[in-house]
Design a protein around this ligand. Structure first.
Ligand code: HEC
Ligand code: HEC
Length: 310
C-alpha cells in the first residue's frame, strides 16, 4: 500500500514537472527541410559546410544548449534551454542597446561563444537555425521580453542566479582558486581533461589552444567567460547529467578556476564581416574589448593575485 501511495505521488509530480521537449512531428515541405538542416547545424556547427568558416573554435551550439531527455539539442532543463526562446523575440538587449531578433541573438553566440563571425542574416544557415529554434517553441504563447534576450524558462533561472554568484565571487581570494582547482580535478577533469582541452568528438574543450595555436573554446566576450554568468550556467548543467549537485560556493570556485585560464581576447571589430558583405550590424555598440584579466576586474578581482596568491 505504501509503495502504491508513493508511486501515485511520484506520478503526479511527473505530471506537474512538464519536461522541456521538442514537438513530436517536423513541419512538412521546405519548412521541415530547414528545421532539419538547422538541427544538423546546431549539432555540428564547427564542421558543418554552411557554418564551419564562421566558427573559430572546436565547439558546437549543442556544447552549451544541451540535449534534453528527448535527445534534441536545446531541450535540456538547465540554463540556456531553447524551448520557448523564439516566442520572446524581438527582445531588448542591454549589451547591444537595441531590440534584437532571434537571428541576431544566435549571431551573438557565433561572435562570442563560438569565437567566430556573424552569419549573414539572409543566409540559409541563419534561417535554418532560426527555423529549428522556432520549431522548439511551437505552442508557446508569444511574449516579447523587454528586459533581456531570454525565454521565460531562462528568465526564471538566469538573471537571479547571475546576481547571486556576482555577490559570492566578488569576495574571491587565492584560497577559492585553490579550492576550485581541487573541484575541477575531482568533478570535471575526467571529461574535460586536466589541461581543459576536452576529448575531441566526445567532450568539448573549456580553454587553451591546440597544437597549431588555434583557440579551442569560447572567447572573453562570451557570457560563459564572465564569472557570474558561467556559474549560473555550470550550476544548472554540470557535471553532465548531475546539474544542481554543486553548492553555490563549489560552483563559484570551480568557475573561478576555469575562467582564470588562457582564452582568446575579444575585440568586437574582428568578429564582424566587412560591411559590404554583412550589411548592417544591429547594434549601437561598436567598440568592445575584453581579456581574461578585464573579466576579473569587472568584479573587482586581480587575476594575478587570485592565481598566485600575491
Ligand atoms: C560556450 C557556450 C555557448 C555556445 C557554444 C553557444 N551558446 Fe548560445 N548562449 C549561451 C549562454 C550562456 C546564453 C545565455 C543564457 C540564456 O539566455 O539562457 C546563450 C543564449 C542563447 C540564445 C538565447 C536563449 C534564451 O532563450 O535565453 C540563443 C538563441 C542562442 N544562445 C543561440 C546559440 C546558437 C545558435 C549557437 C551556436 C551557433 C550558440 N548559441 C552557441 C552559451 C552558448
Ligand atoms: C561526464 C562528463 C562531464 C563532466 C564530469 C563534466 N562535463 Fe562539462 N560538458 C560535458 C559535455 C558532454 C558537454 C557538452 C554537451 C554536448 O555536447 O552535448 C559539456 C559542456 C560544458 C561546458 C560548455 C561547453 C564548453 O566546452 O565550454 C562547460 C563550461 C562545462 N561543460 C563545464 C564543466 C565543469 C566546470 C565541470 C565540473 C564541475 C564539468 N563540465 C563536468 C561533459 C562533462
Amino acid at each position: 500500500m505504501k509503495a502504491l501511495i508513493s508511486m501515485l505521488i511520484l506520478a503526479s509530480f511527473a505530471c506537474m514537472l512538464q519536461a522541456n521537449q521538442a514537438p513530436k512531428e517536423y513541419p512538412t515541405g521546405e519548412v521541415g527541410r530547414l528545421v532539419k538542416l538547422g538541427e544538423d547545424i546546431v549539432a555540428n556547427t564547427d564542421t558543418h559546410p554552411l557554418t564551419k568558416d564562421f566558427v573559430g573554435n572546436k565547439l558546437q551550439c549543442k556544447s552549451c544548449h544541451l540535449k534534453g531527455a528527448d535527445g534534441k539539442v536545446g531541450t535540456g532543463e538547465g540554463v540556456s534551454s531553447w524551448v520557448g526562446t523564439a516566442a520572446t523575440f524581438p527582445a531588448w538587449s542591454k549589451r547591444e542597446k537595441t531590440v534584437q531578433t532571434l537571428q541576431d541573438r544566435s549571431n551573438n553566440c557565433f561572435m562570442r561563444s563560438m569565437n567566430g563571425k556573424r552569419l549573414i542574416i539572409d543566409s540559409e544557415a541563419s534561417i535554418a537555425i532560426a527555423a529549428y529554434i522556432t520549431w522548439l517553441s511551437e505552442g508557446t504563447t508569444i511574449k516579447m521580453n523587454e528586459k533581456g534576450p531570454w525565454s521565460e524558462h531562462n528568465t526564471k533561472l538566469y538573471p537571479k542566479n547571475v546576481k547571486k554568484f556576482n555577490a559570492i565571487q566578488k569576495k574571491a581570494t587565492h584560497q577559492n582558486y585553490l579550492a576550485g582547482q581541487e573541484i575541477y580535478a575531482q568533478k570535471c577533469a575526467t571529461c574535460h581533461g586536466t589541461t581543459g582541452a576536452g576529448i575531441p568528438g566526445a567532450f568539448p574543450p573549456l580553454w587553451g589552444k591546440d597544437a597549431n595555436g588555434k583557440w579551442l573554446s569560447y572567447n572573453t566576450g562570451a557570457g560563459m567567460s564572465k564569472l557570474d554568468k558561467a556559474a549560473a550556467w555550470v550550476q544548472s548543467n554540470m557535471p553532465l547529467g548531475q546539474g544542481n549537485s554543486l553548492t553555490d560556493q563549489e560552483t563559484a570556485d570551480v568557475v573561478l578556476y576555469m575562467n582564470a585560464q588562457e582564452r582568446a581576447p575579444f575585440d568586437l571589430k574582428e568578429h564582424l564581416l566587412p560591411k559590404e558583405e554583412a550589411g548592417v550590424y544591429n547594434s549601437k555598440v561598436f567598440e568592445e574589448k575584453h581579456t581574461v584579466e578585464s573579466n576579473f576586474k569587472i568584479l573587482g578581482l586581480d587575476l594575478k593575485q587570485i592565481k598566485n596568491g600575491k
